[in-house]
Design a protein around this ligand. Sequence first.
Ligand code: SF4
Length: 415
Amino acid sequence: MVYSHSQVQLYKQCELRYAYKYIDRIPVPAEASLHLALGTSVHGALEFLYKEVQRLKVPSKESILEEYHSIRNEQITKIQEENKRSQLDQQQVADFAHMGVEYINWYYSTYHPFDQSIVMSTEEKVFPKLDDDIKFRWQIDRIDTQDDTFTIVDYKTSKRYPKDTDETFKDQINLYGRAIKQNYGSKFKKLIAKIVYLHLRNEIAREVTDEEMEKTRIKYSSIIQEIIKKTQRRSNGDKEAFKPVQWYRCDSCPFKMICPLFAHNYIHDEAVNLDDMKPTTIKAVIDEMAQMAYEIKRLKEQKDSYAKILGNYAAEKGYKRLYGNENKVIIGKSENYSPLPEKKNELESKLASENMLDDVVDIDRFKLTKKFKEHELDYDQYQDLVKKSVSITAQRPSKLKEKEIDEYMDIIGEE
Ligand code: SF4
């Protein structure tokens, strides 16, 4: 099976969006944008540059810019065709065009005459193998060689460096490295990765080690195994195998109107006839339930605060019961003991030595439920030993955001 890095990234960001796009193959408008066009045009111009260098020529800056503008024009035409209904902001188009020109100007003056090393290939397609069945497909911007060293060169147009905690780029380079090692392992001793940040006018290089490549291979292989298992479950009818994960890109997600997190806000209200209630609508029930939940929360907080005041009063006076005009309360004391996390093992052996371990250790219901829910335990093999009960309830009411109200108004056509 062949996977791409963007597939895995999408899965890590939102499993359900991955499933809609790559398993259900629901068609979406091509994800063309000015950012993407900028990246494609600059990459294309630098590819042109190094193809010339491979022919032992040094192209002029004008010819590279010409190539850049020609690719960019094609990209803009494509975006315009895909967004027929909305006009592109011409100032934005000009700003992006200018950025690309600046990147090429900086690149040209920094690296001219482009003889830092020998260019072996540009935009080479590679298929790193993660294990016997799983392959990745990729295109490496450039591969250079010098003596016993190979260098992977990757151009980025991003406006900021990735955070040190963000492993995405590191993983990407480690997988490139794996592909190069699989293809040319006997031709080099050292492998360097060089990221050229065109906007930040800098390059960052590091050695790619076998240890790092192996670590990334194991990580990606296990993510892909997980995807394969969930794909199997989805094709067997388990619609919840891939979870929706709300994140900042939900707003631009092409599947928002069918995603179970948001779809209900895009349909008209529906009548519902509940047993002991007058006919009403789903939206009215939601709002009423939310009101009840807010009131219960407020009353609970108030009740807890009264309980504390009365408890303190009773403790001070030495009472075990307090009497109102129509009600009375019992003053209770609750004690809780929990193991110190760092002394858990010591506590277990001490209780075991006093034959009391079985009295206090119980199966943790929440942890057991989690194991079944996450399919680490197979329920079919345990159904004689555990009781399964499922209840589907509405929970955690919260106020709608203005944007959510507007989205619904758009659907029902109200101002
Ligand atoms: S709307 Fe958000 S949660 Fe739903 S599929 Fe798209 S990205 Fe995932």
